[in-house]
Design a binder for this molecule. Structure first.
Ligand code: C2E
Ligand code: CA
Ligand code: CA
Length: 518
């Protein structure tokens, strides 16, 4: 009898076990499928690069050949090297004018339906294995392209898979390409200790496997803690996977993005920033749009992550800054207090070339450094704080200012903002949205405002859509705001019409003293 009383509990447990097993194994499957899909696309892109090089080069290693190699290396971010060699490994030439030292880790496998073959290699001094795609040429020569095996895993995704106990990408012959954790879990998976999933790339000889401890994921489903961690982690993965697939499907190949940058299809749109006290224009935020030749306008949400992942974010920003200089020089000369805000990527704060880029674009231009603001989002943490600090110090030396974008959504606290030397915070629209009427306080916003005041940091409110929100902010002495209430981001011609109507004129400007000039 007593035993029977426990039955429902045991049954619930059993049902929950089954549910967790099915659901988490499904999630794991999505992950390994994404990995093989990603690797397959990368290899196929590599094959296309190799074929274009060969199709457009009359002879191997001649100038045209090397130029074509250079062009493909620029267009395909996952392509790392191109080598011409013979069967004995004697090299005739390679990109970057190098003799490439590498080790071969696997046999050469055929790619069904292709004339190219596939093997795994590592470059001397490097750990990350590369996939070598080889096309034989003539009697004993071969041309090979080396590509990154799994771009997805090299990037952010790795941290999203932190909970995974075992992850392996391998050739179907068994040669491991990437391995994390212990392959022995495969046996334990049979005993039910681990959940296990495997995926074969349909068109290249490559597979991916992953396992996760069942006890661990099961614990996350305990009634007290309904698995938020695991679910959140997998949701993150899923978003990434979908983003990658969307980008691929929408045919936004990196090649396309790079071509679009070169062709000048990446255009700055300008959203006015308004002074809430005077109703005048005080500046603008630059927001990128991909304006295709057929007139289609693609918003940044579609390509921005892809640009960041592929390394194209840096040249994209440079091209944007050049256009901004050209577009806004006149208004910046006429209105000395006019401010231009430009969004940067996390990567800009790692390598420091942004400081040179800012100088090369704006030095001696009609836009002075003190009219420039650079925004860094708080949504993503800055991984290398020391490097970020160095870059920001160099930027401050030039005289430009730095804004923390999307303030309140991420990782910053008082101390963090202080150590970074942030000059401006931009209150995110999710907080502004909370303002329903001018008399009901919104504690989060009031807190952000108080914090900024204490640190002597200027405030800009984003996403202001209603009169009530504008009034609430103005009552708390928030002076600068942008949002659909005033204007959406606009193309240059429309922005200039509005700017002329709203600009404060020279020194007769009715801007409040004290913030008119930084
Ligand atoms: P963000 O920097 O937070 O930019 C503000 C976004 O809010 C813009 O979206 C803008 O169009 C939108 N917005 C403006 N006013 C309102 C409003 O009243 N209500 C609502 N709901 N939205 C408003 P957009 O242009 O689609 O840009 C999205 C994000 O893409 C930007 O968010 C920024 O993080 C990124 N981004 C855009 N251009 C660039 C760029 O040139 N470089 C970098 N690094 N990131 C960019
Ligand atoms: Ca921004
Ligand atoms: Ca923002």
């Amino acid at each position: 009898m007593t035993l029977l009383a426990f039955l429902p509990v045991a049954a619930v447990d059993h049902v929950l076990d089954g549910y967790v097993k099915a659901r988490e194994t499904g999630n794991l499957q999505v992950l390994v499928d994404a990995i093989t899909h990603d690797a397959q696309e990368t290899v196929q892109d590599g094959v296309q690069s190799l074929r274009r090089i060969l199709a457009n080069s009359p002879s191997l290693c001649a100038t045209t050949f090397l130029q074509n190699v250079g062009a493909e290396l620029g267009a395909n971010p996952f392509l790392r090297q191109v080598i011409v060699e013979n069967d004995d490994g004697v090299q005739y030439c390679a990109a970057f004018d190098q003799t490439v030292r590498y080790r071969t880790l696997s046999e050469n496998l055929a790619i069904p339906g292709f004339t190219e073959t596939l093997s795994v290699v590592t470059l001397e001094g490097r750990q990350t294995p590369l996939l070598k795609i080889t096309q034989s040429f003539g009697r004993d020569r071969a041309v090979s392209a080396l590509v990154i095996a799994s771009p997805m895993l090299l990037r952010e995704a790795m941290s999203l898979t932190a909970e995974i106990d075992y992850l392996q990408v391998a050739l179907t012959s068994g040669t491991s390409i990437l391995l994390r954790g212990d392959a022995a879990v495969e046996q334990e998976a049979e005993r039910g200790d681990y959940l296990f999933a495997r995926s074969f790339a349909g068109e290249i000889p490559l597979k991916a496997e992953a396992a996760i401890s069942f006890a661990l994921v099961r614990a996350d489903y305990s009634p007290l803690d309904v698995g938020f961690n695991v679910v959140a982690c997998f949701l993150g993965m899923l978003t990434l996977v979908l983003a990658i697939q969307y980008a691929r499907k929408a045919d936004i190949a990196v090649f396309d993005l790079e071509r679009a940058i070169v062709a000048g299809e990446m255009k700055p749109y300008y959203q006015p920033v308004i002074n809430l006290k005077t109703g005048k224009l005080t500046g603008c935020e630059v927001l990128i749009r991909w304006v295709k030749k057929n007139g289609e306008i693609i918003p940044p949400g579609v390509f921005i992550d892809y640009a960041e992942m592929s390394g194209l974010a840096i040249p994209m920003t440079l091209s944007l800054m050049e256009q901004v200089r050209y577009d806004l020089e006149d208004i910046c000369r006429q209105v000395p207090e006019f401010k231009v805000s430009i969004n940067l990527f996390e990567g800009h704060f790692r390598d420091g070339s942004i400081v040179d880029d800012i100088q090369s674009v704006f030095e001696g231009s009609g836009i002075s450094y003190r009219q420039l603001v650079f925004e860094i989002t708080e949504r993503r943490p800055l991984d290398d704080k020391a490097a970020a600090n160095r870059v920001m110090t160099a930027m401050h030396k030039l005289g430009v200012r730095i804004a923390m974008d999307d303030a309140g959504t991420g990782h910053s606290n008082l101390a963090y903002l202080q150590t970074l030397g942030i000059d401006i915070i931009k209150i995110d629209k999710i907080f502004v949205e909370m303002i329903k009427d001018p008399r009901t306080p919104v504690p989060v916003i009031d807190g952000l405002i108080a914090m900024a005041r204490e640190l002597d940091i200027e405030i800009v409110a984003e996403g202001v859509e209603t009169q009530e929100q504008a009034l609430y902010l103005r009552a708390r002495n928030v002076v600068f705001a942008q949002g659909y209430l005033f204007a959406p981001p606009m193309k240059l011609s429309a922005f200039l019409v509005l700017a002329n109507a709203l600009k404060p004129v020279g020194h007769e400007s009715n801007l409040e003293p004290g913030f008119a000039v930084a």
